[in-house]
Design a protein around this ligand. Structure first.
Ligand SMILES: *[C@@H]1O[C@H](CO)[C@@H](O)[C@H](O)[C@H]1NC(C)=O
Ligand SMILES: *[C@@H]1O[C@H](CO)[C@@H](O)[C@H](O)[C@H]1NC(C)=O
Ligand SMILES: *[C@@H]1O[C@H](CO)[C@@H](O)[C@H](O)[C@H]1NC(C)=O
Ligand SMILES: *[C@@H]1O[C@H](CO)[C@@H](O)[C@H](O)[C@H]1NC(C)=O
Ligand SMILES: *[C@@H]1O[C@H](CO)[C@@H](O)[C@H](O)[C@H]1NC(C)=O
Ligand SMILES: *[C@@H]1O[C@H](CO)[C@@H](O)[C@H](O)[C@H]1NC(C)=O
Ligand SMILES: *[C@@H]1O[C@H](CO)[C@@H](O)[C@H](O)[C@H]1NC(C)=O
Ligand SMILES: *[C@@H]1O[C@H](CO)[C@@H](O)[C@H](O)[C@H]1NC(C)=O
Ligand SMILES: *[C@@H]1O[C@H](CO)[C@@H](O)[C@H](O)[C@H]1NC(C)=O
Ligand SMILES: *[C@@H]1O[C@H](CO)[C@@H](O)[C@H](O)[C@H]1NC(C)=O
Length: 470
């Protein structure tokens, strides 16, 4: 009848049960009472501070009332417990109450004890934490930050179902967590209820990189220098060189600084020294040919200009500092028109920082004649057309133009020309003079003899042979 229920103790329980025993035992005792007590029950909801306990009755304890006076309290009663004794799980648990009067008349009534908990009433521990990567490793090996003893109840009257509370992280113990933020989910439970607690694990890298510089470098053959530093770091670091390896160094001493920085921004530095101790420009000039052949003793040739492309680097990695200038002296003069002879070429090469003077000897000599050229025989005219192929006179890189005057002054032509222009006309004139003289003489002779004869002279055809040697 009174459903509000005070379930904190045995007397209170009586409130919820209306015992109507007085209706069954009015007489003075002569007639045995056969009417059971009139019992009514009301459902109960556990109270917040004892969320899973129902302490209304103690099992096996009888409450009796000796007086025959029908009194509600003169009833013996007991109550069954829930499946877990007096621990009542979440939900509605049926409870049967037995009431027996002094004449052993028994009555029962059923009521429900309701536990409204849906979650284990514990406080979530602070699972937020910042951890460092394991020594020498890029990861943190997960271990839970709390254990059962760290769990506190949010309701002190709650009694755990089972022996104790358990703590179970959803992340497997030993999992490797990378640098960064990871959710840490932990399930706290007893045998009936549980609660999920979350926090964040921030894994940080606190190990700085370790960079080791190479030993100081002294370089005497090139100005382009390669190097590398050794770096170790648990998560990996990038290396920055200043100046970069493979860059062109100025002569003298240059400090190289190396910075290794990992993802966490931790850095380590080292430095070393690069010394470029080149004494002269590391180039050489090798002439395409040491002997230049001319076709005649009178001919000259122009030695071609020497450019940067004609130079050979003695160390192929060397990089010129600036524009390369090449100045050449032929036996001490800048005149590159060479005739027969030996020339000492003094070549001064400068790249604005380093310079070098190279000496090389060039021989200009006359080409041996009559090797494969065809002669020209002309029998019908004294005007001779000819051309000479000159490209083979000087080696490929050298363009050599034979003097064009060679067609009138070349010694190869002088004998034939003399024959054509002097001997032949003289011979003709002499022949004509001879014929005229002989004719006059013969005429006088015949005139003296008074004979008239007809004289006849044979025409002689002259021919000239000309030889041209190219
Ligand atoms: C039991 O008590 C209730 C309430 O007082 C009443 O309504 C009911 O009639 C009684 N029953 C008997 C059998 O006396
Ligand atoms: C309660 O009383 C009933 C009836 O007398 C009896 O059968 C039952 O065993 C009792 N329960 C307990 C726990 O004593
Ligand atoms: C844990 O960290 C999260 C996110 O930073 C924050 O929202 C939460 O309040 C923190 N928890 C505790 C118990 O400090
Ligand atoms: C850095 O590396 C070098 C060579 O591996 C080692 O000798 C040195 O002890 C390391 N330094 C640190 C701080 O680990
Ligand atoms: C880098 O490591 C390699 C191999 O361990 C070693 O041979 C080399 O000398 C190291 N260089 C520097 C600059 O420490
Ligand atoms: C290296 O890190 C320190 C702080 O640890 C910082 O002061 C310094 O500037 C950094 N060096 C470079 C080159 O970034
Ligand atoms: C260069 O030398 C050639 C002959 O060796 C000569 O004929 C010419 O005049 C010279 N040129 C100059 C500019 O001196
Ligand atoms: C150039 O100089 C060398 C050495 O002094 C000499 O032998 C040679 O005859 C010179 N050549 C000419 C064309 O003068
Ligand atoms: C050539 O280089 C040397 C040193 O390398 C320097 O003393 C000299 O002045 C340079 N000559 C010229 C013409 O630049
Ligand atoms: C010159 O070269 C041309 C073309 O190669 C060739 O036909 C001719 O016979 C050559 N003349 C001489 C004299 O070698």
């Amino acid at each position: 009848m009174d459903g509000s229920g005070r379930w904190c103790g045995m007397p209170a329980w009586l409130f919820t049960v209306a015992l109507m025993a007085f209706t069954v035992h009015i007489a003075q005792g002569e007639d045995p009472d056969t009417t059971p007590p009139n019992v009514t029950c009301t459902d109960v909801t556990t109270r917040p501070f004892l969320p899973n306990s129902f302490l209304g009755l103690n099992a096996g304890v009888e409450y009796t009332y000796e007086d025959s006076n029908p009194d509600p309290s003169g009833v013996t009663y007991n109550v069954t417990k829930g499946p877990s004794g007096d621990l009542f799980p979440p939900g509605r648990t049926p409870v049967t109450m037995y009431a027996v009067d002094i004449f052993d008349n028994e009555a029962t009534c059923l009521f429900y004890v309701e536990n409204t908990l849906t979650e284990l009433p514990v406080n979530c521990p602070d699972l937020n934490r910042t951890v460092a990567t394991d020594m020498g490793l890029p990861t943190y090996s997960y271990t839970p930050s709390i254990e059962a003893s760290d769990v506190t109840k949010s309701t002190s009257g709650y009694r755990y179902h089972g022996d104790a509370v358990s703590v179970d992280p959803t992340t497997a113990i030993g999992s490797k967590l990378d640098v960064g933020t990871h959710l840490d989910t932990v399930l706290i439970s007893d045998e009936v209820l549980s609660k999920t607690c979350i926090g964040y694990i921030v894994v940080q890298d606190i190990e700085k990189p370790n960079v080791t510089c190479p030993a100081d470098i002294t370089e005497s053959s090139t100005n382009v220098i390669q190097y590398s530093a050794n770096v170790s770091d648990n998560v990996g670091a990038s290396v920055t060189y200043s100046p970069e390896p493979g860059s062109r160094f100025n002569p003298g001493v240059t400090a190289v600084s190396v910075v290794a920085r990992d993802q966490a921004g931790l850095n380590d530095t080292c430095s070393f020294v690069v010394q470029v101790s080149i004494s002269e420009l590391p180039v050489e000039y090798i002439p395409p040919q040491e002997t230049i052949q001319l076709d005649s003793a009178d001919a000259t040739c122009q030695y071609p200009p020497i450019t940067k492309d004609d130079l050979t680097l003695m160390d192929s990695t060397y990089q010129f500092y600036g524009d390369v200038t090449v100045a050449v002296l032929f036996n001490g003069t800048e005149n590159n028109t060479l005739s027969l002879g030996t020339y000492i070429l003094t070549i001064f090469i400068d790249d604005t920082v380093f310079n070098k003077t190279c000496l090389t000897v060039i021989q200009v000599e006359e080409r041996p004649s009559t090797n494969g050229r065809s002669d020209i025989t002309e029998s019908s005219t004294n005007v001779i057309q000819y051309s000479a192929n000159v490209s083979d006179n000087v080696g490929a890189p050298v363009t050599y133009a034979p003097e064009p005057r060679g067609d009138s002054k070349s010694s190869g032509f002088s004998t034939a020309e003399l024959a054509v222009s002097v001997i032949v006309p003289c011979a003709v004139v002499l022949l004509v003079v001879f014929v005229i003289g002989f004719s006059v003489y013969y005429y006088k002779k015949s005139k003296e003899r008074r004979k008239i004869k007809v004289s006849r002279t044979d025409g002689k055809q002259s021919s000239s042979t000309k030889t041209s040697d190219v």
